[in-house]
Design a protein around this ligand. Structure first.
Ligand code: UD1
Length: 420
């Protein structure tokens, strides 16, 4: 197993290019199940989650190649509609095949994703919406068995909660459904918007893209004429590098980003005292004399993303006072707190709220990654700790950050991947 060895007391400098968004690439790859032709997708990040989904799509019968951030995929020969446990258990997002498989074949079997490190994460809203579209759903031996022999039917669906992959699953299902589907309380994340745009380019009529209310005219089961496209930049990777600049109080520039997608993050950094300079596709963070404490509440887009909560928690330990972080989306997304405490942080948890003491001198330690974003918080803390930190179980990081140690090395960090 690999770990990262990171020297502390570091300053960073220079610029780093941001990769394509993992959370956009996953639903878009699942959407290729709706296509009647071969598609070329560029700017696909080379991360483990993408490889896992391509393996799953391959098991179903698709043919793909994946080189230099380019995926060419042909799903026309897909015959099987069974996403089995062996793959789904390694990646929750495999559930994104449920909507497209059911819409295309009128039946499918997808293993239940189960719990994960950041909480229970149910899929009840995905299933309820498909039932409203006429599907019969049975849960058996850990699998969702779904059937809709006459095809899915357009209807009005009001999501009880905003769910990102839930919205994406139902948008894909509605694209092939019979009639008009009205979706209310849809997620507005940029990744959901790109999925809608790619489906629109494939001929699906969708109104309200980027809002909480969508009207989708289904194709009555006809496969779509999908065009080639480029995956949008990863706003969470972008935010993580900005936080690295912030915690080391260094000037760095991130390139190939869409600054509008990262506004909740850059606004928070400005509130904490940092300067932010933006061009059309770049963001530069400018150091501050005093890092101010923050008040953060995670919420749905365009609010502050839960996927940036752990990184800001590491940053807040270097602020000049006490910060409060409220986690509103996931009940158990504070696993990084106990690992950070091994480095000397003073963070108190009460319910979904964390009180983070600033002015903390951090010391290097052996720490363990617990989930994808929690791992990046440990790296950020290691950059300002005294000594050399070892971050173990970095397979979590490899799920979602492309070439992480290469990119940080480019910024001047002393970071190495070593074998245990
Ligand atoms: C997606 C992102 C993940 C991000 C999260 C929130 C992908 C692949 N993953 O995850 O990185 O942290 O959005 O921005 O895009 N819920 C239910 N029932 C459901 C579905 C969700 O109760 O059927 C709840 C969840 O437990 C959670 C909230 O709704 O409390 C939001 O979850 P959701 O938006 O569905 O997260 P994911 O789509 O799994």
């Amino acid at each position: 197993m690999y770990y990262l060895s990171i020297q502390g007391n570091q300053k960073l400098k220079g610029s780093v290019s941001i990769s394509g968004a993992k959370n956009a690439a996953l639903p878009l790859l699942a959407a290729t199940l709706l296509s009647k032709n071969k598609i070329n997708i560029t700017n696909v990040p080379e991360v483990a989650d993408v490889k896992t989904l391509l393996t799953l799509l391959g098991n179903l019968g698709s043919i793909s190649s994946y080189e230099n951030n380019n995926v060419t995929i042909d799903t026309t020969k897909v015959k099987s509609a069974c996403a089995n446990y062996d793959i789904v258990r390694t990646m929750r997002a495999s559930i994104l095949t449920l909507g497209p498989l059911l819409a295309r074949f009128g039946h499918c079997e997808v293993s239940m994703p189960g719990g994960c490190a950041i909480g229970q994460r149910p899929i009840d809203l995905h299933l309820k919406a498909l039932e409203q579209m006429g599907a019969k759903i049975e849960l058996k031996d850990g699998y969702v068995l779904a059937t809709a022999p006459q095809g899915l039917k357009g209807t009005t669906i009001i999501f009880d909660k905003v769910t990102v992959t839930g919205s994406e699953n139902i948008i894909m299902a509605a694209s092939l459904a019979h009639g008009v589907t009205k979706l209310v309380n849809v997620a507005k994340e940029p990744e959901v918007v790109q999925l809608c745009e790619v489906l629109q380019n494939a001929g699906v009529k969708i109104e309200g893209v980027g809002t909480a209310n969508l009207t989708i005219i289904g194709s009555y089961g006809k496969l779509l004429d999908m065009k080639n496209f480029k995956v949008i930049p990863d706003r969470i990777e972008a935010g993580t590098y900005l936080c690295a600049g912030a915690i080391t109080n260094s000037q760095i520039t991130i390139t190939d980003v869409i600054p509008e997608h990262i506004e909740a993050i850059t606004l928070k950094l400005i509130q904490m005292g940092f300067g932010i300079e933006t061009t059309k596709e770049t963001i530069t963070i400018i150091p501050t004399e005093k890092i101010l404490p923050a008040d953060i509440e995670t919420t749905e887009y365009p609010g502050f993303p839960t996927d940036m909560q752990a990184q800001f928690m590491a940053l807040c330990t270097q602020a000049s006072g006490t910060s409060i972080i409220d986690e509103r989306l996931f009940e158990n997304r504070f696993m990084h707190v106990s690992e950070l405490s091994r480095m000397g942080t003073n963070i108190k948890l009460k319910g979904h709220s964390a009180t983070v003491e600033g002015n903390t001198e951090l010391n290097a330690a052996d720490v363990m990654a617990t989930d994808l974003r929690a791992s990046s918080a440990l790296i950020l803390a290691a950059f300002v700790a005294k000594g050399t930190t070892k971050v173990h179980r970095i397979y979590h990081l490899d799920r979602g950050y492309e070439n992480l140690e290469g990119k940080f090395s480019l910024l001047g960090a002393k970071i190495e991947r070593l074998e245990e």
